[in-house]
Design a protein around this ligand. Structure first.
Ligand SMILES: [Zn+2]
Length: 410
């Protein structure tokens, strides 16, 4: 078996991994401006770990040929990919920034092959099995076994602690090689209850003082998690952007969420924004909370809300997730200033980060990898992959952090 890292190596974004030049695992976008894509390839089959842009955003670009490859995924991942592809078309369609068009997006349904967890299937001559990764609904660890019995485990994104939306990853299938994400390899998450308490206090404090809270949140997973947190803490809120469609889609997949009743409750608690007749500007002037895309301020209704509340320190931008380097969200959080929709408004509003992460932290990654001390570990999907691989080597692991374009023989 050999593995080629087409993207997501020593970076977060555009994850793509090619096994023996035949089987492609993920094909994502990097949400920079303009978006960046993995190296090109022509696989026999595609397997997708989960429905986030940095893992599936480029999949339609693989479907332009006469004989497009089958794409294997869980039902929610299929659904999320369609939403993301339509969104990408809306933002970048018809420009050189977008490597696919309407026709390829339409083909997603034709090439789709859906699988549940722990149901082995064949793809490009391998046996592949999904295990619940505890990251977002439908997210999977991907186990790939070849004819010689060599077993590759691609973790995808995963969490070792339960969230309100999904339960934690518990499966640790045997593997000879593990490609492990490392987003939070230098972070210890505060206990989730404490983060939620801080969030609830900050939100109540802000609205009591007459301020508005904008919570930028990824459409898929994080928006629903924040709405669940709001409902559990009796916080009324608005929800805007693609997260609404995702919320409605999830109603069809109760077996892929932790508590379908709680999700329905959160759905009822959140008022949906239509965006008509200046509704967003009115909300921005109200003592309330609005949960909105995009999570890293690269577009979406957040482009209306954040500039609208930027001028007053009474208001709060409450970041709810990881901010990729080079995104406006990261700039705003770190420097207090960012280019939003081509303008650079002065920002007096407060900014806070709430670690409602869907990724394992340092201890979670180490706990996961403790099941793989005899395996070869390839670290990817992080800002400090090299340092984490070094740490693992110092503790006796056979670990490295391949670069983009690198081919690793096993
Ligand atoms: Zn993810």
């Amino acid at each position: 078996m050999d593995i080629r890292f087409l993207g997501g190596a020593r970076e977060v974004g555009r994850s793509a991994l090619l096994v023996d030049d035949r089987l492609l695992l993920d094909y994502g976008a990097k949400p920079t401006t303009p978006p960046a894509w993995p190296l090109e390839c022509d696989p026999e089959a595609v397997v997708v770990s989960h429905g986030h842009l940095d893992h599936v955003g480029g999949v339609p670009a693989l479907l332009s040929g006469r004989d497009p490859p089958p794409v294997h995924w869980t039902p929610p991942t299929h659904e999320f990919t369609r939403l993301l592809a339509r969104d990408t078309l809306k933002l970048h369609g018809g420009t050189p920034r977008c490597p696919f068009a309407e026709n390829e997006v339409r083909r997603l349904g034709e090439v789709s092959v859906e699988h549940g967890y722990r149901e082995p299937f064949a793809a490009a001559g391998y046996e592949v099995t999904f295990y619940d990764a505890g990251h977002i609904p439908g997210s999977a660890h991907v186990l790939v076994e070849d004819d010689d019995g060599d077993r590759l485990l691609y973790t995808g994104d995963f969490h070792t602690d339960a969230q309100r939306l999904v339960d934690r990853s518990t499966a640790r299938p045997d593997a000879d090689i593990v490609v492990c994400e490392s987003t939070y390899s230098d972070v210890d998450h505060a206990p989730r209850e404490r983060v939620e308490e801080r969030f609830a206090e900050a939100v109540r404090g802000t609205t009591l003082q007459g301020g508005t809270v904008v919570v930028p949140a990824f459409a898929i997973g994080r928006t629903q998690e924040v709405l669940l947190v709001c409902n559990a803490n009796d916080i009324d809120c608005y929800v805007d952007g693609m997260g609404v469609e995702v919320l409605d889609a999830l109603v069809n997949y109760p077996e892929f969420v932790r508590d379908a009743d709680a999700l329905r409750g959160a759905r009822t608690n959140a008022r949906t924004v239509t965006g008509r007749d200046g509704q967003r500007r009115r909300i921005a002037d109200t003592n309330t909370v609005v949960v909105t895309t995009s999570g890293m301020l690269t577009g979406g209704p957040a482009m209306t809300y954040v500039p609208a509340i930027a001028d007053s320190p009474t208001n709060l931008v409450a970041f709810s997730g990881y901010q990729v380097e080079g995104t406006p969200g990261r700039d705003l959080l770190e420097t207090g200033s960012a280019t939003l929709d081509g303008r650079r408004p002065p920002v007096a509003a407060r900014r806070e980060f709430f670690d409602l992460s869907a990724h394992a932290d340092h201890d979670g990654l180490r706990a996961f990898l403790s099941a793989y001390e005899d395996a070869r570990v390839l670290v990817n999907h992080g800002d400090r992959c090299v340092a984490f691989a070094e740490e693992l080597r110092a503790d006796g692991f056979d670990a490295t952090a391949p670069e983009r374009g690198e081919r690793v023989e096993l």
